[in-house]
Design a protein around this ligand. Sequence first.
Ligand SMILES: N[C@@H](CCC(=O)N[C@@H](CS)C(=O)NCC(=O)O)C(=O)O
Length: 208
Amino acid sequence: MILHTYPAGPNPRRVHIYLAEKGIEVPLNEVDILTRRNREPDFLEKNPTGGIPILELDDGTCVAESVAICRYFEALHPEPPLFGRDAKEQAVIEMWLRRIELNLMVPIGMVWVHGHPLTAKLLKQIPEAAEQNRARTAIGYKMFDAQLADNEFIAGPDYTVADAVALATIDFGTGLVGVPYKDELTNLKRWHEAVSARPSAQAHKAMS
Ligand SMILES: N[C@@H](CCC(=O)N[C@@H](CS)C(=O)NCC(=O)O)C(=O)O
């Protein structure tokens, strides 16, 4: 098995944080997305969407999509449980994973492609799309702040894969993309500092 990755990217980083929380080590192949190595034919054969990460299994099966890769490892290594212990926990975690994807990652990604100088050569940027999605991201941050008012972690009292995915996403938004959350979102800030202090938050740096 090999994990094709670009550890600093927000989607691969989700997997690296998750693996560090589980204590799982996987052989890595670093793929340079800046030179678009991931868009060459051999990689498009592994994943037609062109995205990294991709987990290539020994029988040649390629599992793309960061959360799907985490799920694969969860099935093989159920302890500690990061996708929930029972039906209710699993459903709540899934709900928050979808909310991270739809209410944070999508708008942050839109600001990235339509509002950042580093992506300007890739497509015709629409500045209004960037602005609209800055506003959508702010609404998303508020929703997470409200959830974290009564919960230590995103999906409840325990650290789960939703925290790994949210950390990678929010660090991307507040860092490279330049869409920080407001200081007044003190619950989100408290959570952000706490999960950033866990050793798993450094995993991608140690591996790159
Ligand atoms: N939904 C996918 C997104 C994968 C993705 O877009 N990865 C980025 C890196 S963070 C990438 O490969 N970008 C370069 C490209 O698409 O060419 C996942 O969760 O794995």
